[in-house]
Design a binder for this molecule. Structure first.
Ligand code: HEC
Ligand code: HEC
Length: 298
């Protein structure tokens, strides 16, 4: 359905050339709030060399590609006036993203992700290649992922349908037989669409300016709503986070969707590592309030 080839090269992107050196993502450092359920992982045994070698097992020609624009422009959608993409169209975008990556025509950033690595059930480097694509109707993301000890890379995608308001987010694992829509398992971290990039360590990212540029593209995403497929429905959310110092941005009508108890893992990590709230550190009494909220039984 989508036309591939020359028209999708990053260098051909229609948007003007943006600043290639945006402010880099602040390196991850635990601020010792006591919010983490396990001690913060620093991965001393995982050197830059081991990281680079592990990343290249996906095929060195697919990654660390020269770029002028962090988002690869996709050809125009065949139904220019579409109001709501069909599931088949969403899946076609996901398959196209994987195809472009496999042909070395994506612009992936490669990192060890902070949030997943710190998860108490993973506790080992989670290797990510993340690429972004877009046209007038969709923002498409590809995640190529494995843990440092897995043998094979797995493929995941998020497609934001921009033809409706709010935009709709579709999540899928890309299996051999094709994309399989997922919901329950993705929602516990992806509360409001794609997540900003947070490398676990300053040296565990291959192209820091690209990570920052993709992170900025993600931060500029529209307000969107999660689409749960029937066989992977919305999980019980638990109580809504209404503490003012979070909910002034994370609310039903805020910049980002409301957060619930089901999101406690990314909440613990992003606050402990000082990324949330974005512009300041929480005061000790605010940390205590957040801790008390997190300790409530769902
Ligand atoms: C444990 C938390 C967690 C879960 C569960 C999770 N993700 Fe993610 N995902 C992340 C984080 C964190 C990032 C950004 C990683 C980074 O900084 O490199 C991410 C990135 C992505 C990206 C790249 C675009 C973006 O958001 O940055 C895609 C695509 C993606 N995830 C798809 C999925 C899908 C599909 C599922 C469900 C099958 C899922 N994820 C489940 C944490 C999670
Ligand atoms: C000034 C607005 C603002 C405040 C206040 C704020 N956040 Fe955020 N938050 C954001 C934005 C914007 C993003 C997405 C971009 C990013 O991750 O940098 C985000 C992302 C997140 C995410 C990842 C899920 C998502 O929506 O992308 C979590 C979890 C989160 N914030 C938790 C918190 C918690 C907990 C607090 C309170 C301690 C808080 N935030 C306070 C603006 C805010």
């Amino acid at each position: 359905m989508l036309v591939g080839g020359a028209s999708v090269r990053a260098a051909d992107a229609a948007e003007p050339l943006k600043d290639k050196s945006p402010r880099l993502i602040a390196p991850a450092a635990s601020t010792g709030t006591g919010l983490l359920l396990e001690p913060a992982l620093t991965l001393p045994e995982f050197t830059r060399e081991r990281f680079a070698a592990a990343m290249a097992t996906v095929g060195p020609e697919k990654i660390q590609r020269p770029w002028t624009h962090p988002v690869v422009t996709l050809p125009p959608h065949p139904r220019a006036d579409a109001k709501g993409l069909t599931e088949a169209e969403v899946k076609a975008y996901m398959v196209e993203a994987k195809r472009l990556f496999s042909r070395g025509e994506a612009v992936p950033l490669s990192d060890v992700g902070l949030i997943s690595t710190q998860e108490d059930v993973i506790r080992r480097p989670m290797l990510n290649h993340i690429a972004a694509f877009s046209n007038a109707v969709a923002r498409v993301y590809l995640l190529v992922q494995k843990t440092s000890t897995d043998e094979h890379w797995a493929y995941f995608s998020i497609v934001q349908d921009l033809t409706v308001t709010p935009a709709l987010d579709y999540y899928a694992e890309l299996r051999k037989e094709g994309p399989k829509f997922e919901g329950t398992s993705c929602y516990k971290c992806h509360s409001s669409g794609p997540l900003a990039i947070h490398p676990a360590r300053e040296d565990l990212v291959l192209d820091a300016p690209l990570a920052a540029a993709i992170g900025r593209h993600i931060a500029e995403q529209p307000r969107s709503q999660f689409v749960f497929p029937k066989d992977s429905p919305k999980p019980p959310t638990g109580e809504k986070l209404t503490l003012k110092f979070c909910a002034k941005c994370h609310d039903d009508d805020g910049d980002r969707d409301a957060l619930y108890q089901v999101h406690s893992h990314p909440i613990r990590v992003l606050v402990d590592f000082g990324y949330m709230p974005p512009n300041r550190r929480l005061k000790p009494e605010e940390i205590a309030e957040l801790k008390a909220w997190l300790a409530k039984k769902p």
